[in-house]
Design a protein around this ligand. Structure first.
Ligand SMILES: NC(=O)c1ccc[n+]([C@@H]2O[C@H](COP(=O)([O-])OP(=O)(O)OC[C@H]3O[C@@H](n4cnc5c(N)ncnc54)[C@H](OP(=O)(O)O)[C@@H]3O)[C@@H](O)[C@H]2O)c1
Length: 206
């Protein structure tokens, strides 16, 4: 699959490396000149994977956006034509810092681009858990929301390709806000309640 990554910092960089390893074609849409973080990533995955944001989007059917939430609208407007493409939203509005006038970044994406298909995923756990999904003998689970079932099937596979054990469907676009609250639940436990970043969620069943 051809995947454009827009926002290639902690989250985008971790997923780029995992998806390349899984055999996907990953193209990074980055601002020029490349930031120090992107220069480091380029030494790891190859400079030839870096191009402008619209050129990356043009070549790919799937777009991961992992930029800071306050930059969400600017980033989305810079994508070029996204008609028919699947957008994965990994962003979170944390403590009110996000796109003005929107409850979630996914809503801001849908309002400011042509694509009608947003799946919110990869936002509910730390980037360290994307770099390494393993806890002893087990791998973490992941969660996603969005209206389009086919797109969710594809994103579930991308979560598994990144090393997660399962990616559970939390519901439609009406669950975007719940997904951001769930992300804040992890952030709260990790940062405010002192559990640290090396923990994550797994669904147990019987
Ligand atoms: N950190 C986590 O553990 C974690 C986990 C889940 C979800 N998230 C969410 O994922 C998003 C990214 O977090 P992160 O920690 O990966 O951030 P980060 O390391 O700071 O990376 C942000 C990336 O976005 C790019 N960017 C910033 N403003 C942009 C703009 N206006 N146009 C285009 N690209 C822009 C940056 O490019 P430059 O390098 O050129 O500045 C950089 O590649 C946030 O919304 C965060 O809430 C984070």
């Amino acid at each position: 699959m051809n995947i454009a990554i827009i926002g290639s910092g902690n989250v985008g960089g971790a997923l780029a490396k995992k998806w390349i390893k899984a055999g996907h074609t990953v193209i990074i849409g980055a601002r020029l000149p490349l930031s120090d973080k992107n220069i480091t990533l380029a030494t790891q995955i190859g400079e030839d994977r870096f191009t402008s944001i619209p050129h990356a989007v043009e070549q790919c059917e799937v777009i991961l956006i992992a930029a800071p939430a306050p930059a969400c609208v600017d980033v989305v407007k810079s994508l070029g034509d996204t008609s028919g493409k699947i957008i994965i939203d990994a962003m979170n509005i944390v403590m009110g810092r996000g796109p003005q006038g929107y409850n979630t970044t996914a809503e801001a994406i849908l309002t400011n681009t042509q694509s009608k298909t947003v799946v919110k995923c990869f936002n509910t756990t730390g980037f360290n858990n994307m770099e390494n999904t393993r806890y002893g003998e087990q791998s973490l689970d992941l969660f996603m929301a969005g209206d389009n079932k086919d797109a969710k099937a594809l994103v579930r596979q991308l979560a598994i390709d990144a090393g997660f054990a399962e990616c559970y469907d939390v519901g439609g676009n009406d669950k975007f806000a719940l997904m951001e609250q769930f992300a804040f639940f992890w952030i709260n436990l990790a940062m405010m309640q002192g559990q640290g970043r090396e923990m994550g969620f797994k669904l147990l069943k019987r």
